[in-house]
Design a protein around this ligand. Structure first.
Ligand code: ZN
Length: 235
């Protein structure tokens, strides 16, 4: 494989530990003492120059997301998808007390967008922010721990349709981040977590761009932030 030694999947992540890591996915909730959410649904505070430029580290995201020589592409995508899921799960937990059926009766996002959940019968149903997040994260966790979709045993191949599954997961994760920015950015800024969210979003979007995962139309509602970040050298 290329000029480098092919790296076995076990060299990238200790697969035997992967499932173990999922056991407590809902555990790492960041606690806070905020009891009310004065969020605005009209402005986009995250676009203010002072906010856009906030990040926890200056890094070349293009290099960070690129497939390392000798790595298996599917494994690289799987490993990064798991990491994005876990980080976004922590962020959802950080605002879980503020994202309620009362504050977020729908899963709102920029441009008056409302995300609907598709039930088992294929019917699109409106649901609250916390319910959508719970449905999405539970669905993703089920996929990530499904040996038939994300195999953990050495020698097991990723299934046909694996990329489609990655696309689905990325779409839900994007929806959750879009809701966080739109409905909870002020909460996150008060917790001083906005540099972390910006870094996570930029990393996620850089990875998405590198592998052409999501249809640009699906992420268009956040193009203003994505473009603003690129101008501030976030990627
Ligand atoms: Zn919410």
């Amino acid at each position: 494989m290329g000029g480098c030694h092919s790296m076995g999947r076990s060299a990238i992540v200790k697969h035997s530990q992967r499932k173990k890591e999922f056991i407590d996915l809902n555990g790492p909730k960041l606690r806070n003492n905020i009891t009310k959410s004065p969020r605005s649904l009209t402005g986009k505070p995250y676009l203010q120059p002072g906010c856009v430029s906030e990040r926890i580290v200056q890094v070349d995201l293009k290099t960070l997301v690129s497939l390392p020589n000798g790595f298996d592409k599917a494994e690289w995508m799987a490993t990064n998808t798991i990491a994005f899921f876990k980080h976004i799960n922590v962020f959802s937990g950080a605002v879980s007390e503020l994202c309620t059926g009362t504050t977020c009766p729908t899963t709102s996002a920029a441009g008056n967008k409302t995300y609907c959940w598709q039930d088992d019968h294929g019917k699109r149903v409106k649901c609250s922010g916390p319910l959508y997040t719970d449905y999405a994260m539970s669905y993703i966790q089920e996929l990530l721990t499904d040996e038939n979709v994300f195999p953990t045993k050495n020698g097991s191949a990723f299934p046909i349709g694996f990329v489609f599954m990655i696309q689905k997961i990325f779409l839900y994760l994007f929806h959750i981040m879009a809701h966080l920015y739109w409905a909870h950015y002020r909460d996150i800024a008060r917790l001083e977590l906005h540099p972390h969210l910006n870094t996570l979003y930029a990393h996620f979007m850089a990875f998405n761009k590198e592998f052409g995962i999501l249809d640009p139309g699906e992420t268009a509602i956040m193009d203003d932030l994505t473009t603003a970040m690129s101008k501030h050298s976030l990627y």
